[in-house]
Design a protein around this ligand. Structure first.
Ligand code: SF4
Length: 412
């Protein structure tokens, strides 16, 4: 690890307000657009209906001479029933089924591999239409029949967090809404969880965590569109309370996410001092700790019932001292929060070591004594490289994109 503190790209005492403007968000979006996913058309010209908003679906129905109410029917079959074959859509007359099949598909990403860990964690490697790949992980609850689906938002990542295997893979491109929703739908195919459970009916794939490959707030528009589809009550119908987006701290988009989606927020904090965080989460040079914490304090969906999660990877001798724990408590004081302590999961080529059990417990006790839940996350799926920070695919960028030294600005 470098011992030279990098030059901040923003003044540390700059007010959060200076960042919170439309110009900053427009800049992030414009950069994000450079990594846009390919169009939803198949080689034979048919279009994928998955990933379209209701409005877009209605426009398409009108374009082919159908009534707008077809949207409601199709939505039900695609997202409630999980149908991928128009001939199964029994409330739609045969001639229209055939017409739809000539023009459209109800797609899924291709499953390249599906590995199940000794602890029942299941990792999927999905391939998309242009051959790019991303990983998705289902993490079952140990006690109950439910679990979290960890979804990827990008192929690769720009952010180069030094403890993360995904960060060693350059950003290839953003995933489209269809590819994000498609990961969840394909995981449910694997467990046969269709039709979508309604109301209080228990769900096996009960929560979504946007914590897979990529920084979701650097692909906000596609992520937001996908989450709106997943939350739609006439389809998959997953509550916003059951969706958590994890960010490394893209401050201007945190505000937007809270205001527009109201889903739960997790922040990959991992360090309590800017000099260290600059090094292990290089995005910190752009959005330092003070600004991230301020954005958490104003996050609209946070409450005692819906706490902000601070993710903290425990690296031996780096960020795991008792002084670090006390500073963490001071930083998050007054925020409805919990702290997930994540033992580091080694991957090939990484130089970090996991904290000792004793140190983990000392750290956890200080945080807990201050009134914050601080569970130590047992690594899941380690035998199949499915644990936190271990996801990586062989997808490569086809075109070369300049990447500055600080690793924070290649796409954004
Ligand atoms: S921790 Fe997340 S944001 Fe950082 S490199 Fe890994 S995938 Fe990217």
């Amino acid at each position: 690890m470098s011992s030279v503190a990098p030059t901040p790209t923003r003044s540390r005492d700059g007010t959060a307000a200076s960042l919170l403007n439309d110009e900053e968000r427009a800049r992030i979006r414009a950069k994000s657009a450079q990594f846009a996913p390919p169009t939803a058309a198949m080689p034979d010209g048919r279009r994928d209906l998955v990933g379209l908003s209701r409005e877009e679906l209605t426009d398409i129905m009108v374009e082919i001479g159908e009534k707008p109410f077809r949207t409601k029917q199709l939505w039900h079959w695609i997202y409630h029933q999980g149908a991928t074959d128009f001939s199964r859509m029994s409330s739609i007359a045969r001639p229209l089924q055939e017409k739809l099949a000539e023009r459209f598909v109800v797609g899924r990403p291709g499953v390249v591999t599906e590995q199940t860990s000794q602890d029942s964690t299941r990792k999927f490697l999905f391939r998309f239409r242009d051959g790019q790949e991303a990983e998705t992980v289902y993490i079952p609850d140990r006690q109950e029949d439910r679990g979290a689906v960890c979804i990827s938002s990008q192929v690769g990542c720009t952010l180069s967090c030094t403890f993360c295997h995904t960060g060693t893979q350059a950003l290839v491109r953003n995933l489209g809404a269809a590819e994000i929703v498609g990961q969840f739908m394909a995981a449910r195919d694997s467990y046969g969880e269709w039709p979508s459970p309604k109301g209080d009916t228990p769900r096996l794939l009960s929560t979504i965590v946007l914590m897979g490959m990529g920084e979701p707030l650097y692909n906000y528009d596609n992520v937001a569109k996908a989450m709106r589809i997943i939350m739609d009550g006439e389809g998959i119908g997953l509550s916003r309370r059951r969706i958590t987006l994890s960010t490394s701290g893209v401050v201007p988009m945190m505000d937007q996410c809270g205001a527009e989606l109201g889903i739960n927020l997790a922040v990959s904090l991992h360090a309590v001092r800017d000099d260290l965080r600059d090094e292990i989460v290089p995005l910190n040079r752009k959005y330092p700790i003070k600004e991230i914490i301020a954005a958490c304090r104003r996050y609209p969906a946070a409450s005692n019932a819906r706490r902000i999660t601070f993710e903290y990877i425990m690296l031996r001798g780096i960020n795991d001292s008792e002084a670090d724990a006390r500073e963490l408590v001071r930083l998050i004081s007054g925020i409805p929060a919990k702290v997930n302590l994540i033992p580091f999961n080694p991957w090939p080529g990484s130089s970090y070591r996991p904290s000792t059990r004793e140190q983990l417990e000392k750290f956890a006790n200080i945080v807990m004594d201050a009134g914050f839940a601080s569970p130590i996350r047992m690594p899941r799926g380690r035998d199949i490289l499915a644990a936190c920070g271990q996801l990586r695919t062989e997808s490569q960028r086809l075109r070369r994109v300049a990447r500055p030294d600080d690793g924070t600005d290649a796409a954004q």
